[in-house]
Design a protein around this ligand. Structure first.
Ligand code: SAH
Length: 229
């Protein structure tokens, strides 16, 4: 009886917190894409947060997820998703699965998501949460995403319509740029220091054009075409 009541209270607490996040941290700023707002209203962000920090699941800041990594703040997830302009015909490559929250947001908007993570513990726990939510259009991979998605596992088209990098890179890694379809977009935090610039990069007729969005702080993409530890 007591636990049933506690369960109800917990659900209500998160529902209110989710509503506040949407109103103040997303709509209250510059998140206007209704599809992004809808999926972020649907996804239980608390399930992606370790128990120790779950009560802060809807605060607009990064939180620790283990292995020295963090889940991005809701506003940044929303902003990157909005800038990526994903639709139901897109195959999306995500580099840096982390908690899997951004993966879940993308999976509800895209045709398929291909996500790669350096730490197997994070990839496994993200996969368990997505499975629990019934999000099945996601392929997981453990490896160095700075080298792109493994060639032998590429989708039929051989490339991706969208790429999102959720860790800091000194520049868009060349193998990753090579796996972007013509007309495709990359959203990534670019910079070698503690602060990076969030950029949107478009590939047209084999050439890249770039637009800066804002300053951000991400953990490093550690890898061959990324940064060192
Ligand atoms: N979108 C995630 C962000 C996680 S932080 C979330 O909101 O939860 C960035 C993630 O990138 C970390 O989990 C980190 O381990 C991972 N990462 C760092 N270098 C990587 C690499 N070379 N390849 C794949 N993942 C990497």
């Amino acid at each position: 009886m007591i636990s049933a009541m506690q369960g109800r209270e917990n659900r209500d607490k998160f529902a209110n917190a989710r509503e506040r996040m949407l109103r103040w941290d997303l709509k209250g700023r510059d998140i206007t894409d209704p599809r992004v707002l809808t999926v972020m209203a649907e996804i239980p962000r608390e399930q992606f947060i370790p128990r120790s920090h779950r009560s802060q699941a809807y605060s607009d800041g990064p939180l620790p997820i283990g292995n020295g990594q963090t889940i991005s703040q809701p506003y940044i997830v929303a902003l990157m998703t909005q800038e990526l302009r994903v639709n139901r015909s897109c195959d999306v490559l995500e580099i840096g699965t982390g908690s899997g929250y951004q993966t879940a947001v993308l999976s509800k908007l895209a045709q398929r998501v291909f996500t790669i993570e350096r730490f197997s513990e994070l990839a496994e726990s993200a996969q368990a949460v997505l499975d629990g939510l019934g999000l099945t259009n996601v392929e997981f991979c453990v490896g160095d995403g700075s080298c792109g998605w493994p060639e032998h596992r590429l989708p039929l088209a051989g490339c991706f319509d969208r790429v999102i990098i959720t860790a800091a890179v000194p520049a868009v890694p060349e193998p990753v740029a090579g796996q972007l379809a013509d007309g495709g977009l990359i959203v990534a935090p670019v910079g070698a220091g503690g602060v990076q610039e969030l950029i949107v990069c478009q590939k047209k007729a084999g050439r890249f054009s770039e637009r800066g969005i804002c300053d951000v702080r991400f953990v490093k993409l550690v890898g061959e075409y990324g940064l060192s530890q």
